[in-house]
Design a protein around this ligand. Structure first.
Ligand SMILES: [Zn+2]
Length: 625
């Protein structure tokens, strides 16, 4: 069953529970003129009747699928009515809930709060959202809202002041503007939180569909002017991305679309999807550094795809009535995993990477998932169910614990679906036909249409009748030691290993300074020798190496990534073991690895006996302009 409802779906039950209609519009004014000093200030007026009032700070963030609203950086909270301060209490069980009493005779409360901006660190920190030259306002940082009403029924009248001379971009419709003060049109709470504002001293706008409706634009902000210089060839790729997405999805569910692209080393790197924009933040040198750029080429195709898959079509368990109800991640292999698959193929279709590069990306994914020791205890389904834990787990022990594998492993599964449809229909149908059906309807408006596992199976059956339920469940619930590689062979290719570097692994190592020996020693190491992961069952782990140790020497030479790569290369012609000296919490240990297969990097190799469906999947599909 599907239900078409207004933004923030699944509200029927919550709406029925609500005793009365929500209070009139809440006015919120955000002062970001001191963003460079790492602070935002917000004031708002919440209409309310005298008596107990419960307010929520947004907890479960739709793009994160986790209860990670950055409440620890909320400060300076004050409530008043008629100029008199009102005492408040934070709930002693739920930290995102605040209780107060509206005094008799009052018609509402005034709220004042600060949001403290931080700097990026080793963990995900959504309060790292500004530098001295730019900020991205995520409205959930500065909002409280009354309990008891679905988010789409609570209207806000937002306004914002940016530092003098700064420009801004957002998908929020603007009611009026005077110098650095902007008043936005009234907006429901769910759409407000879905509509970040990017602002900065250095900002440039590139129209991607000039003269067409709906408008699409690339909005670039950076810490220095030079970084705004996006090469025309790259702009052409982004234009082709819009065209290829429309050829694939054949609909759109936004009034206009903004790629809010921030190039800064001083904010959290992320890609966050919204109906009418994406918040895409990468390192300042990403466009001019070929390795960094290759690793980020898939960012826009992924986040843009979410406007259809995740925003418009959303699993029932993730379409909660407000930001307080827990979300269920069981269908994240569709929400994120199918998005990752469509993102992967769109990245090639629009020319951001070549088909050969896309095959290198798929080979790396296949190898990484095929070397997950944890797949024998934790199914892919469980990685989705446990998303709220795994997003915040460290890279150490990623193989044994598993990670948010519902992204990369689902690429392999949806490739399997795509090639199976092609086989079943003698290449007359493909997953593109699934996309045409699944994302159809409700043209041009940011709404949500929920779905269940049964809806996915039913739509696949509309494209090509098959036992899709068993097909998917077998792969999702498997605790097999190996990754599902049927889509690669079904696409006319096979996963092989040789000593030629994989382009994506090489780019990743060059960018991080570390070394990835996943498919040889079963080891990932930082540039300083600190072990990130050692895979149980593989040579490094079996010699006694584990994450958190630090390598000091390789075969009698001081450790470096180059030295270790040479030792692995020479292992082929060397009967002696690789000898590693490591510091294990201060104790110096010697580990001997009986490994003699040399460097092994994953690639896809053509199988001539099978049709080359992968080539068909990756080639451009949009009509040439
Ligand atoms: Zn995503």
């Amino acid at each position: 069953m599907c239900a078409v409802i207004l933004l923030a779906a699944g509200f029927a039950a919550a709406a029925a529970r609500a005793q009365s209609s929500p209070p009139g519009p809440i006015s919120i004014s955000v002062d970001a003129t001191h963003a460079a000093q790492k602070g935002l200030h917000a004031k708002f007026e919440i209409p309310a009747k005298p008596g107990p009032l419960t307010l929520y700070y947004p907890k479960w963030m739709p793009a994160d699928h986790s209860p990670d609203g950055p409440i620890s950086n909320l400060a300076g909270l004050k409530f008043s009515a008629g100029g008199k301060e009102i005492p408040w209490q934070q709930d002693d069980v739920d930290m995102y809930t605040f209780h107060l009493d509206v005094p008799s005779g009052a018609s509402g409360v005034s709220v004042s709060l600060d949001f403290l901006i931080s700097a990026p660190g080793p963990t995900i920190d959504f309060s790292a959202s500004a530098s001295s030259k730019l900020f991205i306002l995520m409205w959930n940082q500065v909002v409280l809202y009354p309990a008891g009403y679905p988010a789409h029924q609570i209207t806000f009248n937002p306004s914002l002041r940016v530092p003098p001379g700064w420009k801004f971009n957002t998908s929020l419709p603007i009611a009026s503007q005077s110098d650095n003060a902007i008043t936005f049109a009234p907006v429901p709470l769910d759409l407000l939180i879905d509509s970040p504002v990017q602002a900065g001293q250095y900002v440039r706008v590139f129209p991607l569909t000039p003269g067409e409706n709906p408008p699409h634009e690339l909005d670039v902000a950076a810490d220095d002017e030079w970084a705004l210089d996006i090469p025309p060839a790259l702009i052409d790729n982004y234009k082709r991305l819009v065209a290829e997405a429309h050829a694939l999805y054949q609909s759109h569910h936004y009034r206009d679309y903004h790629f809010l692209f921030t190039l800064s080393d001083n904010v959290l790197f992320l890609g966050q999807e919204h109906h009418e924009s994406s918040d895409d933040r990468v390192a300042e040198r990403t466009i001019v550094d070929p390795n960094a750029r290759l690793l980020e080429d898939g960012l826009f195709p992924h986040e843009y795809t979410h406007s259809w898959n995740g925003q418009y079509r959303r699993p029932e368990g993730l379409a909660t009535p407000d930001f307080q109800q827990p979300m269920k991640g069981e269908l994240l292999y569709v929400y994120e995993g199918l998005t990752e698959y469509f993102g992967t193929i769109l990245t090639a279709r629009c020319g951001l990477v070549t088909p050969a590069q896309d095959r290198e990306s798929i080979a790396r994914t296949a190898s990484e998932l095929d070397h997950r020791a944890g797949r024998q205890w934790r199914s892919l389904q469980n990685t989705a169910n446990a998303a709220q834990i795994l997003y915040f787990s460290p890279p150490q022990w990623a193989s044994e614990r598993r990670s948010v594998d519902f992204y990369p492993e689902a690429v392999l599964i949806w490739l399997d679906v795509d090639t199976t449809i092609r086989k079943l229909t003698q290449d007359q149908k493909s997953i593109d036909d699934f996309a045409h059906l699944f994302y159809a309807g409700s043209e041009g408006q940011p709404i949500i249409k929920t779905y269940t596992f049964d809806d996915v199976v039913a739509t696949l059956n509309q494209v090509a009748p098959y036992d899709w339920r068993t097909f998917l469940r077998t792969r999702l619930d498997s605790t097999d030691a190996h990754a599902p590689l049927g889509g690669i062979t079904g696409g006319g290719w096979q996963l092989v290993y040789n000593d030629e570097p994989n382009e994506f692994i090489a780019a990743s190592d060059a960018t991080s300074g570390g070394g990835d020996y996943t498919s040889s020693l079963g080891l990932r190491v930082q540039g300083d020798g600190t072990i990130i992961d050692a895979i149980p069952g593989m040579p490094a782990f079996e010699s006694g190496i584990s994450p958190y140790m630090r390598l000091i020497a390789v075969n009698g030479r001081q450790f470096s990534v180059d030295e270790l790569t040479r030792a692995v290369r020479d292992s082929k012609s060397n009967s002696a073991p690789i000898v590693l000296i490591a510091s294990n919490t201060g104790t110096i240990e010697t580990h001997e690895l009986n490994y003699h297969d040399g460097n092994r990097y994953p690639h896809l190799q053509r199988v001539e006996a099978n049709p080359d469906y992968l080539d068909e999947i990756l080639k451009p599909h949009a009509p040439a302009k």
